[in-house]
Write a protein that binds this ligand. Structure first.
Ligand code: AMP
Length: 215
């Protein structure tokens, strides 16, 4: 069965964590525009250079940059049976563009899972977050620390704090979410695709809630 799924939610809601769990469960690829952008910044590509400052400020990177990356990724063979979109769309303009991409590729969107988490919890989660740039695994200094400090349990990579996981940028990213991304909830609700879930609890609990709403 083909499944195209969007994970929607503020920064720190657990989109990346849940996307990785759903990759295993549904055998579908995760497409994270944040990961694609960070890789482009690391590699110093043209698109990466254009994106870098927006990301440092916690603002949205222009659609022209993000959409190019997304389209290229969605054309890859592994996306033929569907995909899990994590971090895209982030504004109504992007949702409209996505609709065009889906219809060009004769596919459709099945579910938009909106992960709801209170703001103070988001800040707590993001300030303690550590991630592995090599394999994408995520940890938290208090809630899910790695066995050895600073080292990834999965691949032995060196854990980093993302450049945009500092309190000032976090607050800005949350504000940008409220202004530009949250209107998507109404947009998808009207299309009958929105599946809101409570994003507090353990990653396993939340995975089960998602599995339930997407059937
Ligand atoms: P994320 O890893 O999803 O938290 O994204 C990190 C940063 O990448 C965001 O704060 C934005 O600057 C940028 N970004 C990721 N996805 C998008 C998108 N769909 N549109 C615009 N900017 C994005």
């Amino acid at each position: 069965m083909i499944v195209n799924l969007i994970l929607l939610g503020p920064p720190g809601a657990g989109k990346g964590t849940q996307a990785q769990r759903l990759v295993e469960r549904l055998k579908l690829p995760q497409i994270s525009t944040g990961d694609l952008l960070r890789a482009a910044v690391r590699d110093g590509t043209d698109l990466g250079r254009q994106a870098k400052e927006y990301m440092q400020r916690g603002e949205l990177v222009p659609d022209s940059v993000v959409v190019l990356m997304l389209k290229k990724r969605m054309q890859a063979d592994d996306c033929r049976t569907g995909c899990i979109l994590d971090g895209f769309p982030r504004a109504v303009t992007q949702a409209e563009i996505l609709e065009g991409v889906f219809s060009e590729q004769a596919r459709s969107l099945n579910h938009v899972v909106s992960i709801e988490v209170p703001e103070e919890e988001l800040v707590r989660r993001l300030t303690g977050r550590r991630s592995c740039p090599k394999c994408g695994a995520m940890f938290h200094v208090m809630f899910s620390p790695p066995e050895k400090e600073g080292v990834c349990d999965k691949c032995d990579g060196e854990l980093i704090t993302r450049a945009d996981d500092n309190e000032e940028t976090i607050r800005n990213r949350i504000a940008v979410y409220r202004e530009q991304t949250e209107p998507l909830k109404k947009y998808y609700e009207e299309k009958g695709l929105l599946r809101p879930i409570d994003g507090t609890g353990t990653p396993k609990d939340i995975e089960e809630k998602i599995a339930k709403v997407i059937g």
